[in-house]
Design a protein around this ligand. Structure first.
Ligand SMILES: [Zn+2]
Length: 356
C-alpha cells in the first residue's frame, strides 16, 4: 500500500509537462494517458493505461506493471496479448510482475499483460470487436497514428505514450493462433536480436525480416532491439511453456545486468533457421499428422495424410525441404491448399543471413 500511495503522490506532484500523465484512479490504481518510467517510484507500481475511446463511450484500459529497480539500469519492455487468442505470454508477465524483487533489480521492467482488450474478450487474433479474419491486425499497425482511424489511434497511443518512450530493449510475447500450434520459437532480425533470442533459449530461432507494423520490427527499426517470442498453443495457459519463457527472460535480464547471477549459455540443441516453407494439402479433407511438432524431416518424407469423408486416402503430404517442423495444424479439417505444417530450414544464400 505504501509504495502504491507513493506512486500516486508522485503522479499528483509531477510538474506540468512531465511525461507521465495521471488522469484519475480506479480501485486505487492510477489511470494514465502517458507513461515515463523515469517518473515512477522505486518498487512495483500498477497502472491502467487509457488507450482511447470505445464505440460505447467507455475507454479501453490496458494493464501496466512497472517494476522500478533500486539501482539504475536499462529499461526492458515486455508486452503480451496483442493477438487476443494468444495467452501464455500474459501468464509469463503475471509471474514476473509478482516475483521480480525491485531491491535486486537494476533498471526498469515494464510489463503490459494484455495489449488487445477487444481481441482478448472475443478470443480472436484480430483487434476489432469482430470475429472475422479480415478484421484488422494490431500487430501490423505500429507506430499507429493518434487521431487516425480507431485502430491507428489505439496503436498510436500504445506506441507513442507507453511502449516506445519506455523501451531500450523489447520482447513481444505471442503463441500460434486458433487451430494451430508452435514450438517455443523466437523471431529475430539482426545479429544483436539473435543474441537476445538465444539467451531466452527457445527451441527454434527464425531469422526473419518481419512484417511492417509489428511491435518487434517497429522497435528494432527505431533502434530498440526487439524480438517476438512465440510460446506454443493458443487459448490456454501452458505451465511448461510459461516456466520456460520466464526462465529465459530472466536470463536475458541477467545478460543486460538487470538481475544478478550468471548468464546461462544457449542450449546446444537450439535450431536456427532463416527460411520457412508451408507443407500444404492439395486436396480438401481430413488431415492426420504422421509426425509431431518439432520433428526433423527430410525432403519428401511423409508429414500427413488426407482422407475423404469416407476415410479413403486422398493424398500424402510430404516435407518440401530438409528442416524442422515448427508449426502444425491442430484442426484436422483441411482446406484445399491449406497449410498442414510449416518447415523451417537454413538457406545458405548469403542474402538470407538475417532472413530470406
Ligand atoms: Zn501473435
Amino acid at each position: 500500500m505504501r509504495t502504491l500511495l507513493m506512486g500516486i503522490a508522485l503522479l499528483l506532484a509531477a510538474p506540468a509537462g512531465a511525461a507521465t500523465q495521471g488522469v484519475g484512479s480506479l480501485d486505487g490504481v492510477p489511470i494514465i494517458d502517458a507513461l515515463d518510467v523515469g517518473d515512477v517510484a522505486t518498487g512495483v507500481q500498477r497502472f491502467w493505461f487509457r488507450a482511447g475511446p470505445t464505440p460505447i463511450g467507455q475507454p479501453w484500459l490496458v494493464p501496466v506493471v512497472v517494476i522500478r529497480g533500486a539501482q539504475p539500469g536499462p529499461r526492458l519492455m515486455l508486452t503480451a496479448g496483442i493477438h487476443g487468442d494468444e495467452l501464455n505470454g500474459i501468464a509469463v508477465l503475471h509471474r514476473l510482475a509478482t516475483t521480480i524483487d525491485p531491491a535486486t533489480l537494476a533498471g526498469t521492467v515494464t510489463l503490459v499483460p494484455g495489449l488487445n482488450p477487444p481481441g482478448l474478450l472475443q478470443s480472436t487474433r484480430q483487434w476489432a470487436v469482430d470475429w472475422s479474419r479480415s478484421a484488422p491486425n494490431l500487430n501490423r499497425e505500429m507506430p499507429g497514428k493518434i487521431g487516425g482511424s480507431a485502430i491507428a489511434d489505439f496503436a498510436g497511443r500504445l506506441w507513442n505514450r507507453l511502449i516506445r518512450p519506455n523501451a531500450d530493449t523489447a520482447v513481444d510475447l505471442h503463441t500460434q493462433s486458433r487451430g494451430t500450434a508452435y514450438m517455443m520459437y523466437a523471431f529475430a532480425s539482426t545479429p544483436r536480436t539473435r543474441r537476445m533470442a538465444e539467451l531466452v533459449a527457445p527451441d527454434i530461432i527464425k531469422m526473419d525480416k518481419g512484417d511492417k507494423g509489428t511491435v518487434e520490427n517497429t522497435a528494432t527499426d527505431d533502434g530498440v532491439p526487439a524480438i517476438t517470442l512465440e510460446l506454443g498453443r493458443p487459448e490456454q495457459f501452458d505451465d511448461v511453456m510459461i516456466a520456460r519463457a520466464e526462465s529465459g527472460l530472466r536470463n536475458l535480464m541477467r545478460d543486460l545486468k538487470m538481475l544478478p547471477g550468471a548468464v546461462t549459455p544457449p542450449p546446444a540443441s537450439l535450431f536456427v533457421a532463416n527460411d520457412i516453407i508451408a507443407a500444404r494439402a492439395s486436396r480438401a479433407g481430413w488431415a492426420r499428422l504422421l509426425l509431431p511438432l518439432g520433428a526433423l524431416v527430410k525432403k519428401g518424407q511423409p508429414i500427413a495424410e488426407v482422407r475423404d469423408a469416407f476415410g479413403t486416402l486422398l493424398e500424402t503430404v510430404a516435407a518440401p525441404v530438409d528442416g524442422r517442423i515448427n508449426m502444425i495444424t491442430t484442426d484436422p479439417r483441411a482446406d484445399q491448399g491449406g497449410t498442414i505444417a510449416r518447415i523451417l530450414w537454413w538457406s545458405a544464400d548469403p542474402a538470407c543471413a538475417n532472413g530470406c
